[in-house]
Design a binder for this molecule. Structure first.
Ligand code: KG4
Ligand code: ZN
Length: 339
């Protein structure tokens, strides 16, 4: 079964074709990053308008790359939420129009479900149960896929997302947007123990995160050093900030896997590209006897193939969405999804 996946929940206009839930035939991103860069972050109105410009050419490119036409497409999967409402609406409206025009079934999927299912494109269909940490510019969520494959959110950030914290600190020190990869690079030459930044909610027993205090502490430390004319070892600050974030993320993820008696941990989202997070999570999983899965970065960041994979998992169970499917900016996880 060939599924067309459409993802427009934030600032990537993405379309992909995936065969049988696991084989990527095309995975195309119409990047908007240059349109948002002057503003140092994603501007929702610009994102929605850019999706309108970019979606049809992106769909065309995906079909050409896959050597397919709409007659070869068996179903359309589209992100129905969570995300920016203006952005979601463009993808959902396009999916409905294509489904109606070509008489193809359509399925709406949850964006976080897509991040979890991206792993099947690299590692094959996953066997539940698992715990997934999804860390991106818009999300920081710990998700459980239980032994019968139901996805539920165990915890999430109460304020800033992990990527948002990286990007805001990056912007403060004048790094180009997005700051995450730049801070990662800087931190590689720094001392992670140079400054002890707060590790919020580390011992509260919850699976929630709070990152705005950490971001503020880093900015305050930079300002303090600036005010007293002290040298600012940016590499040390970057490494210390990253260490605080990574320690909380790794501890909570491993604790969740142990509490729920799960043998595998999955890392996803743009921040999954972070060198320190991947290394520390890998070590912690090895120590705890957990299988650690982290897909290649192009499958970790927002893409259409992960939506097609998640859609396929639902379609093979006979699920379909009606043509009045609503885009929901705060859609919660429900049901499963690993087949
Ligand atoms: O998943 P993604 O492409 O888009 C969404 O936000 O949905 O994630 C982008 C985020 C940005 O905040 C970016 O700074 C962050 O992922 N990021 C990183 C790294 N690479 C990307 N953060 C830390 N270290 C990295 N190597
Ligand atoms: Zn995402």
């Amino acid at each position: 079964m060939l599924v067309l996946g459409i993802e427009t929940s934030c600032d990537e206009t993405a379309a992909a074709l995936v065969a049988d839930g696991v084989t990527v035939r095309a995975n195309v991103i119409g990047s908007q990053i240059e349109r948002h860069r002057p503003f140092g972050g994603v501007v929702p109105e610009i994102a929605a308008r850019a999706h309108v410009d970019l979606l049809l050419p992106t769909l065309d490119r995906a079909l050409v790359e896959a050597g397919a036409t709409y007659t070869d497409v068996d179903a359309i999967a589209v992100t129905a939420g969570p995300g920016l409402i203006g952005s979601l609406l463009v993808g959902v409206a396009a999916a409905k129009a294509l489904a109606l025009a070509h008489d193809i079934p359509m399925i709406g999927v949850n964006h976080l479900e897509g991040h979890v299912c991206a792993a099947q494109l690299e590692f094959g269909l996953l066997e539940p149960p698992l715990v997934a940490l999804i860390v991106s510019g818009g999300h920081t969520s710990l998700v459980l896929g239980d032994h019968v494959g139901r996805l539920t959110t165990l915890g999430a950030t109460l304020d800033d997302a992990a990527g948002e914290a990286f990007d805001k600190i990056g912007r403060f020190v004048g790094l180009p947007y997005p700051g995450g990869p730049e801070i990662d690079r800087l931190a590689q030459g720094g001392d992670p123990a140079a400054v002890s930044f707060p590790r919020a909610l580390l011992h509260d027993g919850s699976y929630d995160f709070s990152l705005s205090g950490l971001k503020t502490a880093v900015i305050r430390e930079l300002r303090r050093r600036q005010a007293v004319g002290e040298d600012i070892p940016l590499a040390d600050i970057a490494a210390s900030f990253q260490e605080a974030l990574v320690e909380v993320a790794v501890r909570k993820t491993v604790a969740a896997a142990q509490e729920h008696d799960v043998g595998q941990v999955l890392l996803a989202g743009g921040v999954a590209a972070n060198t320190r997070l991947r290394a520390r999570m890998g070590e912690a999983c090895a120590d705890a006897g957990l299988r650690f899965l982290v897909p290649t970065p192009s499958l970790c960041t927002d893409n259409g193939a992960m939506i097609a994979a998640a859609g396929w998992n639902r379609l093979v169970k006979g699920e379909r969405s009606p043509l009045d499917l609503a885009a929901d900016p705060s859609l919660s996880l429900q049901g499963w999804t690993m087949p």
